[in-house]
Design a binder for this molecule. Sequence first.
Ligand code: DGL
Length: 363
Amino acid sequence: MRFRQFSGFARALFLSMVLLGGVLGAQFSHAEAAKPNVVILATGGTIAGAGADAMNSATYQAAKVPVDKLIAGLPQLEKIATVRGEQVFQIASESFRNDNLLALGKRVAALVKQNDVDGIVITHGTDTAEETAYFLNLVVKTEKPIVVVASMRPGTAISADGALNLLNAITVAGSKDARGKGALVVMNDTINSGRDVSKMINIRPDAFQSPWGPLGLVVEGKSYWFRKLDKRHTTTSEFDIEKIDALPLVEIAYAAGNVNDTAYRAFAKTGAKAIIHAGPGNGSVAGTLVPTLQELRGKGLHIIRSSHVNAGGFVLRNAEQPDDKYDWLVAHDLNPQKARILATVALTATNDTKELQRIFMEY
Ligand code: DGL
């Protein structure tokens, strides 16, 4: 029978089926095409850790599981993004060196230039995730989401947090809403700024917190945003990883009661360009320490006062120490480890006290 021999109804039904198929097909291919491309850069840590028993939530070996296995363990990813992985390092993050930061930053900067990359996820140990996230926040010039993710428990433990953390991180990295927000840390359903967040607790899934609060949440494959970082970052930063090939040595000296100057003098001998004074309270400096710090400042080494209080320091210039008179710097609200990252980056650009203090207030 020829097409025109079919009844008018049959012909109309056939044509509408063809049309519907075309629309659905277009929708499907659009949905496929709309899936973001996310690259996972794996560096190690507990999220790649493995313990001997499901009861071992804290006793395990970090940096064991390769990135392809992490991806294979998450079939749900199929719906969220097109993902590929690169094993950049396989280390526990307490072993990160400045060279690791440089290599990772340069790889991120190269990938975000590619049109077939919509976002980056970095799987990382929790110990120094906050440092890496802040470093990338300062030096990678991109609007694309850069998301650092970790876990407090290995994948072998009961109620492991890594799988959902990774799924949430990929959701955020593939989300257009996350563009322009700076480097982020996604853990425990929460999106924090890489600048503000710190590991405040060392044994619970809710370890990562910001003194000024999170930026948003991730719930069932969707990110929800409540605020933005006010400080300069990524595309508004004056620093560019592509123009940085070495990072100066900046050390941290922890000060409590009965402090002496041994560490400060030792750091100066090893060529530190700045010492972060991790002081109590308002970055306070013991009277007995001042002469040594003055001597080291006189030799060109910068002294940067930071606070090691737990829930968020705020070191005010000239408040309890005559910073102007001593030509010292204050780390503002940055904890000692964050202050070290910013000082390390800032000293690639300037050694001038006024310029350095401006940088500490703006980033
Ligand atoms: N070994 C620490 C690290 O790799 C802790 C493990 C973790 O929580 O990632 O940062």
